[in-house]
Design a protein around this ligand. Structure first.
Ligand SMILES: Nc1ncnc2c1ncn2[C@@H]1O[C@H](COP(=O)(O)OP(=O)(O)OP(=O)(O)O)[C@@H](O)[C@H]1O
Ligand SMILES: [Mg+2]
Length: 508
């Protein structure tokens, strides 16, 4: 054992020496030297596609390295499956959630552990052990809830608890807080600190540089599959990390907003909308206007978006585009020019096995296909030009599953841009997207508005809402409880409205 354990957890020293990986002849990692010290938090940062997830998957047995060696406690190791890595004490919270939707929270957390499966005795123990994990994390999820129907943020919590339940020495967290609320992010940060204090190693991959600087002891920067440097976090700043990741510094993350014309025509008009999780919502969006929907995770923002788009049943109220009512179905709202960029790319968006090209144009087929024939040239051009705009490089005939997580998000965004004619609704448009590409997405949102679309942006990142929107609506409990623009559009006002007690607040 390298370090003497101060507290219980078994320690593991993991080291990479000259590790490289290629996919289909393309080198995605080369010459990586890395040493993960037990009892520390080691962060990995880099642009979308830099190789962070691939590196973590080599350590966790999903992929094997094409060159170089992996050392565990100074001995050469090679895992042929994640199961083998897990047996050596390496667990992963993957970027793409891997839960069994039909099973309950507790069953997922202890999946593969319970030898007697879910017999009577098994069930009681399962529940008891689950409560222990839930207490440790502070995550508040009912043991019996079925995972399939839960929101992304809650599924993420299940994934985190599962990694903890496995009692691993090294826990790899690939963007664990991308979908979490501020409160749950705080809880997770506490868990990470506690794990390190107990002697576990945490490998943290994150695009939130403030989070990285706050939690990590050591930071490694990857760029285009190469290791740029590994340094103590205390010696880095957000600017130095960005510079290392991009090879250049980044000016302002947010673009200039176009003037929003207060007398512009109303393009989207929502009146007394009632739907699952939505309790009477009315608002307008004008042409050229970017409206932010702020609020806590679970406040009902995505539910409002789904109801407008026709993805959820509309129980009462109306949605009109340019003064004409849109039917309550996706086909109907699409025809009226509304498009929704969904929050969860895996469940609601991409067909992972299909080529990138098809995924960009998927809901654009009526324009590239006539009478059932796809005009291949038109499709190729449409796809390539959109991918350039959202900064996704490389051959678009590859399957979407070959793209990094952030690049998959950009493909979804590209599709939404093509399809939105009058109203673009973007639910967490920059989730998992690196700092550099975030700016590209913001530019495109602003461009849509400048072209006369009405844009609705849902984001849990208040800074993002403030940086993009002309006006902010705050959602709580499935209704709009505050509206801010101009000087009143401040972080403080938004957060106060999002949290305020429904009885005492002076909502608008
Ligand atoms: N299964 C695969 N087949 C082919 N290429 C792949 C595969 N997985 C990853 N790649 C490629 O390897 C490179 C690195 O991808 P990786 O997922 O490691 O990036 P990342 O740093 O995790 O990015 P992100 O921040 O977007 O999650 C990318 O160019 C990606 O397209
Ligand atoms: Mg990744």
């Amino acid at each position: 054992m390298p370090h003497s354990a101060s507290v219980g957890a078994p320690q593991l020293l993991v080291e990479l020496r000259g590790v490289g990986k290629t996919f289909g002849g393309l080198s995605v990692l080369s010459g990586i030297h890395l040493r993960l010290e037990p009892g520390s938090v080691h962060a990995l940062v880099g642009e979308n596609g830099a190789g962070k997830s691939t590196l973590s998957k080599i350590i966790s047995g999903v992929y094997s390295a094409d060159s170089g060696t992996l050392l565990i406690d100074d001995e050469e190791a090679s895992f042929s499956s994640p199961r083998e890595a897990l047996d050596r004490g390496i667990a992963t919270i993957a970027q793409e959630l891997a839960l069994v939707p039909e099973l309950s929270v507790a069953e997922n957390v202890f999946l593969g552990r319970e030898p007697r499966r879910f017999g009577f005795i098994g069930r009681r123990r399962l529940k008891r052990d689950y409560l222990e994990i839930a207490r440790r994390t502070g995550f508040d999820l009912p043991a019996d809830a079925i995972v399939g129907g839960m929101r992304t943020a809650d599924q993420q919590k299940v994934e985190i608890m599962r990694a903890l339940a496995r009692g691993a020495s090294l826990i790899i967290m690939d963007e664990p807080t991308a979908a979490l609320s501020a409160h749950d992010t705080e809880l997770l940060h506490g868990v990470v600190r506690q794990l390190a204090a107990e002697g576990h190693t945490v490998l943290l991959i994150s695009h939130f540089l403030s989070e990285v600087l706050e939690l990590a002891d050591t930071v490694t920067i990857l760029r285009d599959g190469s290791l740029i440097r590994t340094r103590a976090a205390a010696e880095e700043t957000e600017a130095s990390l960005i510079e290392g990741m991009l090879g250049r510094s980044l000016g302002s993350v947010f673009p200039e907003k176009p003037e929003a014309d207060a007398r512009g025509e109303v393009v989207l008009s929502v009146r007394d909308l009632v739907a699952p999780g939505v309790y009477g919502v009315s608002f307008d969006v004008r042409a050229g206007e970017i409206v932010g929907l702020a609020g806590l995770v679970g406040a009902g923002r995505s539910e409002i978006a789904h109801a407008i788009f026709g993805a959820a049943p509309r129980n009462a109220g109306t949605v009109a585009v340019d003064g004409v009512e849109a039917p309550s179905s996706i086909a109907g709202t699409l025809k009226r020019g509304i498009f929704l960029l969904p929050e969860s790319r895996k469940d609601q968006g991409l067909v992972l096995g299909r080529p990138i090209r098809d995924n960009v144009t998927l809901s654009n087929m009526d324009e590239v296909a006539i009478g059932g024939w796809v005009f291949a040239n038109a499709e190729r051009r449409a796809s390539r030009s959109m991918l350039n705009r959202v900064t996704v490089a490389g051959d678009d005939r590859r399957p979407v599953s070959a793209l990094s997580g952030g690049n998959q998000q950009k493909v979804l965004f590209g599709r939404a841009l093509q399809r939105a004619r009058r109203v673009l609704i973007a639910d967490e448009p920059t989730r998992g997207v690196d700092v550099g590409s975030r700016r590209a997405i913001y530019d495109l949102i602003v461009e849509q508005a400048a072209q006369g679309l009405g844009v609705l942006v849902i984001s849990s990142d208040v800074e993002e809402v403030l940086g993009l929107a002309h006006r902010v609506l705050v959602v709580r409990g499935g209704t709009i409880v505050g509206e801010f623009e101009g000087d009143a559009m401040t972080e403080e006002n938004i957060i106060t409205a999002a949290f305020a007690d429904p009885i005492t607040n002076g909502s608008v």
